[in-house]
Design a protein around this ligand. Structure first.
Ligand code: NAD
Length: 505
């Protein structure tokens, strides 16, 4: 694929977007965006320091009165224009996302970019449907109603696995509800977040409503979370960093939304459509090179189907085409970085060491791909339920398969990690699948599929996968606060209830 645009030129102004302008960071530390397919540097920039975070928060605070005071219709119109700008630039977004992440271009074109545009369109509509719930005379002497109000300046922090979608999930419900935002993307992947904010400006969303600071987690991230003028923290990333973010946010009693790690189970009952389960497992575990918080990571297969499932997955995984992310025929790109590749390889090597069997993969490819952060699709059996490869988040193209006997056992194993983000169950029996949907502790349970996600439905975790919802109108519960307004209807100076404080009836 031809280079779509000159990345260095486009972001020559810097990787901070504050009050509608690109700016250089002031931390004194330079950071490189590297193409993980080649190891080549594609952009270098100065990370945000704390003064950049302060400037972005000030810009967001200055924009808040105007934006929160706009009518829902005005905000909705601006967001419809935003969707149109993104649609015009869809190819540029797909290019930049694949370049910085190593995603196969077909994934960027068919999933990340259209999914994000659909999110904008959804929230453009949803902006007009924010409502208070009840209005009525509950005491007989008063009229009560509720107002849903924006919270103020939102500070959001995002990971590197789906930079554009994460920017969309964080920014859209926040601004649709009338908040303004400062988003910190991951240092490795700032490009599409910056483009997203620029597109908001091009659509006429006022300067300061959407700001980007690209800095290190420890410096810019922690400063943003602790900032006294930031009213809410919304964080997506690992559970470990989420705990630290929660600690800092709690000190100033901030509203907090945490979307954390996952370790999704994939539960195959013995009456499942085997071919569908095999296809679902390969797609569900390898999407985005397994760097997906909802990816299928632990397949539990009822014993009668176990051997056939393992053989089917191994055969299908062997057909997956690793290659240049810009080749439309490439199925699987590299991991985000060589560091992440080595981390994944470490998990697999240690599993070998404790006796697990590697059916396919388990190594980085050689030849042409050796310079990129590639790792072959990997299928593992023979790992114990309490081993780290079953319990911890790997974030790579690795699927572990374990057998189970009774339905009770399968569901118990599915629930047996600290995480609870997503899960799937595979069966033709409506009672079995119904039980799985009720008893699996996860924010999403798919039946006979794994991965699809949509703007209308909420996404968020149970247990150590966090709390709060992205997408859907449920996300407004995170980004708004509810006020009770109560009017006296009697016009009486001495009210009946006053007797509980002074005098008698
Ligand atoms: P990470 O937790 O290392 O980093 C996430 C973000 O936090 C980055 O922007 C990073 O700079 C910042 N950060 C790091 N330390 C910080 C600190 N001390 N204070 C404030 N910010 C800090 O995660 P990652 O490696 O970028 O992404 C992968 C993780 O994200 C996985 O655990 C994955 O499951 C999770 N994730 C979850 C969801 C979800 O919806 N639940 C979606 C995508 C990714």
């Amino acid at each position: 694929m031809e280079q779509q645009f000159d990345v260095m030129g486009r972001f020559a102004g810097g990787a901070q977007y504050i009050a509608g302008e690109l700016k250089q960071g002031g931390s004194g530390t330079t950071h490189a965006v590297v193409d993980p397919a080649t190891g080549d540097e594609v952009y270098s920039y100065e990370l945000a320091g704390t003064a950049d975070v302060d400037a972005a928060v000030s810009a967001a605070a200055a924009a808040f009165p105007g934006w929160s005071g706009a009518t829902p219709g005005e905000r909705s119109d601006a967001m419809h224009r935003f969707a149109a700008v993104l649609t015009d630039q869809a190819e540029d977004f797909a290019y930049a996302e694949s370049l910085q992440c190593g995603k196969p271009i077909k994934l960027s074109r068919e999933f990340d970019v259209p999914g994000s545009i659909d999110n904008v369109a959804f929230f453009a509509g949803a902006a007009r449907h924010l409502e208070g719930k009840a209005a009525g005379e509950y005491t007989g002497d008063h009229t009560s109603y509720t107002r849903r109000e924006p919270i103020g300046v939102v500070g959001s922090i995002a990971p590197w696995n789906y930079p554009l979608q994460m920017a969309a999930w964080k920014v859209l419900p926040a601004i649709a509800a009338g908040n303004t935002i400062v988003l910190k993307p991951a240092e490795l992947t700032p490009l599409t977040s910056l483009m997203f904010a620029q597109a908001a400006t091009a659509a006429g969303i006022p300067d300061g409503v959407v700001n980007i600071v690209t800095g290190a987690g420890r410096e810019a991230g922690e400063h943003l979370v602790g900032h006294p003028s930031v009213a809410m923290t919304s964080f997506t990333g690992s559970t470990e960093v989420g705990k630290r973010v929660a600690e800092i946010a709690t000190r100033s009693v901030k509203r907090l939304h945490l979307e954390l790690g996952g370790k999704a189970p994939f539960l195959v009952f013995d009456d499942a459509d085997l071919e569908a389960a095999v296809h679902g497992a390969v797609a569900g575990s390898l999407i985005n090179t397994g760097q997906d918080c909802t990816a299928a990571t632990r397949a539990y297969v009822q014993r009668p189907l176990f051997d056939a499932f393992v053989a089917g997955v191994a055969d299908l995984m062997a057909t997956v085409r690793l290659g240049d992310p810009f080749d439309p025929a490439t199925d699987l790109g590299p991991l985000i970085s060589h560091t992440q590749r080595d981390r994944v390889a470490g998990f697999v090597d240690r599993a070998r060491g404790y006796g697990a069997r590697i059916h396919t993969g388990g190594e980085a490819p050689g030849g042409e791909l050796a310079k990129g952060a590639y790792y072959r699709p990997t299928l593992i059996t023979g790992a114990a339920q309490d081993s780290e490869i079953v319990q911890r988040e790997i974030f790579g193209p690795v699927l572990v398969v374990l057998p189970f006997d009774s339905d009770d056992e399968g569901i118990a194993l599915a629930n047996d990690t600290p995480f609870g983000l997503a899960a799937s169950a595979w069966s033709r029996d409506v009672y079995r699948t119904g039980r799985a949907t009720r008893e699996i502790q996860a924010g999403c349970v798919w039946i006979n599929d794994h991965i699809p996600i949509l703007s209308e439905m909420p996404h968020g975790g149970y247990k150590a996968s966090g709390f709060g919802k992205d997408m859907s109108t449920y996300s407004f519960d995170e980004y708004t606060q509810v006020k009770h307004v109560m009017y006296d209807n009697t016009a009486v100076a001495r009210k009946d209830w006053h007797r509980t404080v002074f005098g008698d009836r």
